[in-house]
Write a protein that binds this ligand. Structure first.
Ligand code: SAM
Length: 414
């Protein structure tokens, strides 16, 4: 009998059937109707003034109200209504009730750390070019898609990543968390815990998100749980601690084999984690680094080169409000100035290394020598390739115009 991570197909099928009948699944709970019920979060748009900032409610509860400037809206006036219905405030301003989009939700919900804004999170996810495979219980043997993200922060990018892998997992049993679980008998709670644990162990895709701050991680977990009743929560494993400790311990478990399909670093000093990220990434895996300054991308490129890491910076994209959708692409690569290359040609031509001489002359004919993917490093007479490199660092000509942070897209080469 074929197995899926140690669980027999038959056991898995029967457990999933039981789970689906005993527990309502997240997706069924969410999509059965458009009526606003307790705990829902809604977006309210002023129908008479489209320039008014939309209001994101908290979880709705009878007897509570949304406080506005010199005004308020009762939760009871929203509960039981449909999406797109209207609701009036105490001062008779009219609002349309909407389900917040993921972008509206992550941009508007209360934060304790600066998130990646929705358009940038979208771009990052699209740069990963994810194509998760849908679960097939008849052919359950497949490799799990694993994506690592540090730091978790607000959970904005985490949510976008989880949405992108949603199709790779079967419907999740209800996670044993929240108010409902507090009212369950210990037996039912234990059964739920076991079912959820087994489902997690068999996921086709997982987002591992790590933050060094327990407070940020806990807040992000709440942000994720509160979006559409936690529909993406089961795809995510939250970790608190150090990147090195987490990835190293996973590498010990795999006997040193790379296990990550993709990794994303959105934290200060991304350069410090290139080494461990490179070790953990599978061949051809993508690493994305998000840096506020382009010089940090430079530092990463030079560090990767100096340490001979199997990482190649494929592209650098500037993102932020003023740049526009899709970002502005930058040209960032180490080069040797022409004068230096000519000197090296003269130096090398005194040797018997014909290939090296030809390579250098070729590069000296162009503007500058450049390091491209898969190109072998230039060997000089002295055998050293590390001296005299400078960075090209400029927006790519003819592309869109400017604003915010820098996304480096790296490829694991070997
Ligand atoms: C800008 S926020 C990330 C925002 C997040 N990507 C989002 O979309 O909401 C940076 C996070 O990195 C965390 N952090 C900083 N240094 C870290 C480190 N060395 N290891 C893990 N997390 C770190 C911070 O605690 C903070 O929560």
């Amino acid at each position: 009998m074929s197995t899926l991570r140690g669980v027999s197909t038959r056991t898995l099928r029967s457990n999933l059937t039981t789970l689906n009948s005993v527990y309502s699944t997240c997706s069924r709970r969410l999509h059965s109707k458009n009526t606003v019920i307790e705990n829902d979060i809604v977006l309210l748009k002023n129908v008479h003034n489209s320039t008014c900032m939309p209001i994101l409610s908290n979880g709705l509860h009878p007897g509570k109200k949304i406080e506005l400037f010199k005004d308020s809206i009762l939760h009871d006036d929203i509960l039981g209504k449909g999406i797109r219905d209207l609701v009036s405030s105490r001062k008779r301003a009219t609002y349309r009730i909407q389900a917040p989009t993921l972008a509206e939700y992550t941009d508007l919900c209360p934060r304790i750390v600066t998130p990646i804004y929705s358009q940038d999170a979208n771009l990052i996810v699209s740069l990963l070019d994810l194509h998760p495979i849908v679960p097939d219980l008849n052919h359950p043997s497949r490799n799990r898609l694993e994506i690592f993200e540090a730091g978790t922060g607000h959970g904005a990018l985490t949510l976008n990543l989880a949405k992108a892998i949603h199709g790779a997992n079967t419907a999740a049993p209800e996670p044993p968390v929240g108010d409902a679980s507090a009212e369950m008998s210990p037996d039912i709670l234990e059964a739920k815990r076991e079912a959820y644990k087994e489902w997690r162990a068999n996921r086709g895709a997982v987002i591992h998100t790590l933050d060094c701050s327990g407070q940020h991680s806990a807040h992000a977990e709440t942000v994720v749980q509160n979006f559409r009743r936690g529909m993406y929560y089961p795809h995510i494993d939250f970790h608190v601690g150090s990147i090195d400790d987490y990835l190293s311990s996973r590498l010990v478990e795999t006997g040193g084999s790379p296990f990550l399909d993709h990794a994303i670093l959105d934290l200060p000093g991304t350069k410090l984690y290139l080494d461990i990220a490179a070790k953990s990434l599978k061949s051809n895996g993508t690493l994305i680094t998000f840096c506020p300054s382009v010089t940090q991308i430079n530092a990463g490129v030079l560090y990767a080169r100096q340490e001979r890491l199997p990482l190649f910076l494929e592209k650098t994209v500037e993102v932020g409000g003023a740049v526009g959708v899709g970002g502005r692409e930058w040209d960032i690569r180490p080069v040797k100035p022409r004068a230096l290359l000519k000197a090296l040609v003269l130096d090398t031509s005194r040797t018997d290394d014909v290939e090296a001489v030809e390579g250098l002359m070729e590069r000296a004919r162009g503007d500058v020598g450049s390091h491209q993917a898969g190109s072998s490093p230039i060997k000089t007479a002295s055998g050293s390739d590390d001296n005299g490199w400078e960075m090209v660092c400029r927006p790519k000509v003819g592309l869109k115009i400017s604003g915010g942070g820098f996304v480096g897209v790296w490829r694991k080469m070997a």
